[in-house]
Structure formats: structure tokens, C-alpha cells
Design a binder for this molecule. Structure first.
Ligand code: GLU
Length: 525
């Protein structure tokens, strides 16, 4: 510890008097009144306008843990470090989460504001406390001076940073501080670290177990001189304490700072949140076949918007991410023990610590299974909504006549034993059934049609026939033309759809209707 600063000097150093005492903050944001075992979590993105899959993954953990324990899930915007347009970027986050079924409780939780840029009073009040107690100090090192220190440390093969003898202003006295301030300099506020890297501290991480890490000895910046806003570390301390967060879920890239964070919580005498450091999401590289981290540059699926634009069922994405998080989920679902991931208990200890693989092929399986469970009107609604928002002109035309679209998508959805599983995304669903629309129908010119079959079928076709009568006619047409019934049906199938593989032909012909059936047969005669 060093000597604490006087109140006046603290005000000058921070550029204004602190608004609250620690006691005032404690009573403004008291411990929450929640049932035993409730998790309070937060999703804390920096608003960049780009939400990556890893964000969704950790947001899902936050949300699920809060939801299943009747806790609270907050969205906190970490906007102290960005000069971009924040509003749109925040809307992208809120909207993307909502589309995946993730809703925050900010409006019912009195622990805001939830934008870090609006919490300056809180950070400054905590910083004032540390300055007063001699646990932090104003540092007037310039960028050039810090660069020089860095070079020196590098040459000597030492850890870089402001610590120990390199922390010039660690023991700066009041007179010197005043001199700098009178000179118009704005200091950063640094932690007065008393850690010794030769000692180790023990941290419990839900995913990684109990881990020991060397103590931190860096006098890290708490409040930046440039804008007097907090660094990530200091904001994490103040916000997660005063928002009464019980579980901090964040990417493994933050694990390296955990010693510092533990140190700060201890200095404040605050209880430590539980940490859950998740692993990054990997994929199998198409070229090398090897597992690697997803990349913003190379992998379109790294962007959450990709799934929305392509019309992946968001519920299926959640199901699959849920299964990555909770490896027993798939089995419980297949056994019928739970209906969706929302009903399955996520055990934080079971979240994988490394190498979580996100495989688009597996997602396809989840998507097919999911779409297969949808009643036709729900499927139609998804497809229509997607087409109107993201579809091309053709897609929009396809969904214009909803009753027709409904009859198209109803094919083979009434028999629970044989639900078709060829729909993967809303976009692909529309492509899959495109032949139902004349403007998209592509007649198959390669196929060698049996003209006799087409002609004789046309003579007997009657839209009013039931399925057995219709099939009886196909069989007699086949007999007459000396081919197998299957071959006769294939001729009709290809003439109707241009394809050799389709769902039930009788249903297709009835959805197409008398006029189109005749037209398409005639086209090939
Ligand atoms: N703003 C940080 C990020 O986007 C949040 C890390 C945390 O959750 O503490 O990665």
C-alpha cells in the first residue's frame, strides 16, 4: 500500500468529484432477493455490428443458466472502447438474440444503466475509494515513455508492462501529482499491485476445474487517461459486483486475466463471481480436413446473420448448440425425455473445456429433424416470413399465394410414420418445391419419355379419382404400354416435376391441379 490521496486531489485526478461512496453504491445495488441457487448472468458484447457464433454460444449459456434456475439474465453493452455508431450495433445484438429465443431481463432488473458508457459515476466512485486507500495511483507516464520501457524490457528478456521498478509513478507524492496536474496533464489511474508472480492463487472454474495461476504484479490501468473511461478489467470488477452477477461466462481468451480479476475482487473485499470460461468454436477445415478455430474472414457461418439470411431454423441452431454444450442432450431428446433444449438441464460443469466442434453437416441433421416436427401452418409461416424478409423476387412470388403454398408443403406431412425429412432451411424448402410454380418449373429434356404412357395416361386422367383409382389407372396404362407400373409412374413424375425423386406423385398431381397436369404432360408429347 501507498499513502492515500486527499479528497481534493482525488477530485482533481479524476476530473470531478466522485458521486457515490461505496456504501451508497452497496445500498443502491443491494444483493438480489432471489431464490436459493438462482443464477444471475450477463451477456456483455462489445457492439461491433457483427455478432459471431461464439457470442451466440456464450449468450445461450448465460440465458439458459439463468432461465433454468429462475434467475436473471442481463445484456450489458461494453461500449467504452469503441468509436463506432453504437445504436445500430446494439439493435443487431438484441434482435439476433431475440430471433434465437433469447430475451434479456434488463427491463425488470433495477441494476442499470446497462451501457458501460453510462456508468462512469460508478467506476469513478470505486476508483476514488482505491485512490483514497492507497490501492491505486495516478500515473503520468506518456505513451513514448511507456514505449521506451517496453523496448527495454524486451531487450532484457523481461515481461513487458508497468510493474515494480518500471512503474515510475507507483509512489508518486502529492506535490509531484499537483505539479503534473498544474501542467495540464491527465493521468491514467493504475492499480497499486501487491501481487508477486512467484506466488500462485487458486481459482475455481466450472469448466476447467480448480486451477492455480501466478499472482498478478502489473499495475494495470483502471481508468484510461484518454477518455477517463474504465478498462475492461475494472469495468468487469465494478459491473459484475454491482449487478450482482453470480456466474461470469466468457471465452477462454479471458482466462489469462483471471489472476488480475481475482486480485481486484479480493482488494475490494467483494465475493468472487463463479467463472465459466468456454472454449472457442472450431470447425473442420474443408481443405485440410483438420479441426481449427472458426474465422471471421474465411467462414461465413461464423456470422450469426448468415443463419438468418439463409433461413436456417433458429430453433435448430439452438438445439445443435445446446447439444454441443450439453453432450447428453441428443440422447435425452431421442428417448423422448425432453422436447427441446429449453427443457433440458444444462450442467455448467459439463460444458466442454476445449475443441467444441460446430459442423454444418450436423446442423443439417438437427434442422431436418426439427422441420419434420412442424405442423404445416407453422412451416408455412416460417417460410413466408423468411421469403418476405430475405428471399429473392422468385421466393416472394412463391409465397404470395399462401393457400397454394400450404397445399404444396402439406404433402407427406400427415403421416407421422413417414414425415419427409428433405427440408433443411426455409430457403432450401422453397427451392426444393420450386417445380410447383410454372415460372420456376424446368422441364427435364434429358429424360426419354415413353410417349405411349404419357398419351394413354392423359386419356384416363381424372382429377376427381381417389388414390386407389388413380393408381389402378397407372397400372393399366403400364400394362397397355408393356412397361412396369413403376416405370409408367416415373414417366409421369418426370413430366410433372422434372425430377426423378419426389414425394408422393398422387399428391403432387392434385396440388398441381387438372390444368397444370394436362399442360405438363402435353409439353412432353
Ligand atoms: N466485451 C467482452 C467480449 O465481447 C465481454 C467479455 C466478458 O463477458 O466478460 O468479449
Amino acid at each position: 500500500m501507498r499513502n492515500g490521496l486527499s479528497k481534493d486531489l482525488i477530485t482533481r485526478v479524476l476530473g470531478g468529484a466522485p458521486k457515490y461512496t461505496l456504501d451508497e453504491l452497496e445500498s443502491k445495488y443491494p444483493p438480489r432477493d432471489l431464490p436459493e441457487g438462482a443464477f444471475v448472468t450477463r451477456f456483455a458484447p462489445s457492439p461491433t455490428g457483427y455478432m459471431h457464433l461464439g457470442n451466440l454460444y456464450s449468450g445461450l449459456i448465460d440465458y439458459k443458466l439463468a432461465q433454468q434456475s429462475n434467475g436473471v439474465f442481463l445484456l450489458r453493452i461494453e461500449d467504452t472502447d469503441t468509436k463506432r455508431e453504437i445504436k445500430d450495433a446494439v439493435n443487431i445484438v438484441i434482435d439476433s438474440l431475440a430471433r434465437f429465443g433469447i430475451k434479456n431481463n434488463n427491463d425488470i432488473s433495477d441494476y442499470g444503466p446497462y451501457y458501460q458508457s453510462q456508468r462512469k459515476d460508478i467506476y469513478h466512485s470505486v476508483a476514488a475509494h482505491l485512490l483514497e486507500k492507497g490501492l491505486a495511483y495516478p500515473c503520468f507516464l506518456t505513451q513514448e515513455e511507456m514505449d521506451e520501457i517496453r523496448e527495454k524490457q524486451k531487450l532484457a528478456g523481461l515481461a513487458t508492462g508497468i510493474y515494480g521498478e518500471y512503474a515510475r509513478d507507483r509512489d508518486i507524492c502529492e506535490e509531484e501529482i499537483i505539479k503534473h496536474l498544474d501542467n495540464g496533464e491527465v493521468p491514467s489511474i493504475r492499480l497499486y499491485s501487491m501481487g508477486n508472480p512467484e506466488n500462485r492463487i487458486y481459482v475455481k472454474d466450472f469448466v476447467r476445474g480448480s486451477i492455480s495461476v501466478p499472482e498478478n504484479n502489473e499495475d494495470i490501468v483502471l481508468i484510461k487517461s484518454t477518455d477517463r473511461l474504465p478498462t475492461y478489467h475494472f469495468a468487469h470488477l465494478c459491473d459484475d459486483h454491482f449487478m450482482r452477477i453470480t456466474h461470469v461466462v466468457r471465452g477462454e481468451e479471458y482466462f489469462g486475466t483471471v489472476a488480475l480479476h481475482v486480485q481486484m475482487f479480493r482488494i475490494m473485499g467483494w465475493s468472487l463471481p463463479n467463472y465459466i470460461h468456454t472454449s472457442t468454436l472450431d470447425k473442420i477445415d474443408e481443405e485440410t480436413g483438420k479441426q481449427r478455430k472458426m474465422s471471421k474472414r474465411k467462414d461465413p457461418e461464423n456470422n450469426v446473420a448468415f443463419f438468418l439470411e439463409q433461413g436456417w431454423p433458429t430453433d435448430a441452431v439452438i438445439e445443435y448448440l445446446g447439444n454441443i454444450l450439453a453432450p447428453g442432450y441428443e440422447e435425452a431428446k431421442i428417448k423422448g425425455q425432453v422436447k427441446s433444449f429449453w427443457d433440458y438441464e444444462l450442467r455448467p460443469q459439463k460444458i466442454p473445456a476445449s475443441g467444441s466442434l460446430f459442423d454444418m453437416k450436423k446442423l443439417e441433421w438437427w434442422a431436418k429433424e426439427y422441420i419434420a416436427t412442424l405442423p404445416v401452418d407453422v412451416l408455412v409461416k416460417h417460410v413466408v416470413d423468411w421469403a418476405n424478409e430475405y428471399g429473392n423476387e422468385d421466393n416472394k412470388k412463391q409465397v404470395a399465394d399462401v393457400p397454394y403454398l400450404t397445399s404444396v408443403l402439406a404433402i407427406e406431412r400427415d403421416n407421422p410414420k413417414r414425415i419427409r425429412k428433405d427440408f433443411i432451411t426455409w430457403q432450401q424448402t422453397l427451392n426444393e418445391v420450386s417445380y410447383f410454380w410454372d415460372f420456376l418449373f424446368v422441364s427435364n429434356k434429358e429424360y426419354e419419355y415413353n410417349q405411349d404412357v404419357l398419351r394413354s395416361f392423359l386419356e384416363t386422367w381424372n382429377e376427381a379419382d381417389d388414390k386407389d383409382t388413380w393408381w389402378g389407372k397407372v397400372v393399366s396404362v403400364a400394362e397397355k404400354c408393356g412397361v412396369k407400373p413403376g416405370e409408367a409412374a416415373m414417366n409421369l413424375r418426370v413430366a410433372m416435376t422434372g425430377r426423378t425423386n419426389t414425394p408422393d406423385l398422387y399428391s403432387i398431381m392434385h396440388v398441381l391441379g387438372d390444368e397444370r397436369v394436362r399442360e405438363r404432360i402435353n409439353k412432353h408429347i
